[in-house]
Design a protein. Structure first.
Length: 283
């Protein structure tokens, strides 16, 4: 039987969440920091630990069947891979930032200016589409210090909270692209059975993460009001309680409107609300 290979970041911002996702998919493997490859004992899969920059090419060339990497890295390397699933972590955006003292109002003012970045391809395309001619200075890291050193007028770098920009006296000015970690595959690999199986497992973990399992007690008279508030996977389960006139309602609630929903349920007569995390949802 064929063994799949999935490439994930060896160390850095995406490593921990990538390992956690694969472990939550029920895959058993050792996360040795020293090894480049780790076999999975209960699925025909090997995990390759790589620099994130190399992942898109490894997948394009078929050295790995799958990869987990930021969209920004895929765009920058300009490879041909298929996007199989957004993963909801590693969210950030690539922004142009300028020193706080630089009173800039329009993108066109960057014409003739210099911009330091580790993303020359994405930035080049962005500026070209807007007819701006700037001098792109490609550097390999610590982009945020370059205006302070007099190396460039502006920078283009990844931002999540904006803390690094702030502490270097910079302000974000324009959004170039937003990014998150995605599962990628070789073009055409999405039709392979093992790849499909792994994607299904990943989707069931992601779905579960977005929802909570809720059990509550309610008087039968208030049941209709409660079920009207619960969209659920299907209709909720209603189970009689030992106490006459009362039932327990079991259902699933999306995480995003969780607190609003809970207070509405309380107002409608729900009592003893118990909320539990869900491990997987298989449709
Ligand atoms: P490697 O050694 O694997 O090349 P790296 O230094 O290039 O690692 P990291 O800094 O670990 O990369 O970031 C990996 C990815 O995490 C980025 O490509 C991006 O998609 C995502 N990310 C999320 N938030 C941020 C952020 N604030 N700054 C940089 N990257 C971020
Ligand atoms: Mg990198």
């Amino acid at each position: 039987m064929k063994t799949l290979k999935i490439a994930i970041q060896k160390s850095g911002r995406l490593n921990e969440k990538s390992v956690e996702l694969l472990k939550n998919c029920g895959l058993n493997f050792e996360n040795y920091k020293s090894s480049l490859i780790s076999p999975v004992s209960n699925f025909p899969l090997e995990i390759l630990f790589l620099r994130d920059d190399d992942i898109p090419e490894y997948v394009q060339d078929g050295i790995a069947d799958l990869g987990i990497v930021g969209e920004n890295v895929i765009e920058e390397t300009e490879v041909e891979v298929s996007y199989l699933q957004r993963l909801g972590f590693g969210k950030c955006s690539l922004k142009i930032a300028v020193p706080n003292t630089y009173d800039i109002k329009d993108l066109s003012e960057l014409d003739g200016k210099s911009i330091a970045t580790t993303y020359p391809a994405i930035l080049g395309k962005f500026l070209k589409e807007r007819g701006i001619q700037a001098d792109i200075r490609t550097i390999s890291g610590s982009v945020e210090i370059s205006p302070g050193l007099g190396l460039s007028d502006a920078i283009c770098d990844l931002v999540s909270t904006g803390g690094t920009l702030k502490s270097n006296g910079l302000k974000p000015f324009a959004d170039v692209m937003s990014s998150e970690a995605v599962l990628i595959g070789r073009v055409g690999s999405e039709n392979e059975e093992l790849v499909k199986e792994l994607i299904q497992r990943i989707q069931s973990v992601l779905r579960a993460k977005e929802t909570k399992y809720v059990v509550l007690n309610v008087q039968k008279d208030n049941l209709a009001a409660i079920t009207a508030l619960l969209p659920g996977v299907k209709s909720p389960s209603v189970i009689p309680l030992a106490e006459e006139g009362w039932v327990a309602v079991h259902t699933v609630i999306p995480e995003r409107d969780f607190w609003d929903r809970i207070s509405q349920l309380k107002q409608a007569g729900a009592q003893g609300i118990v909320v539990m995390p869900i491990e997987k949802i298989i449709l």
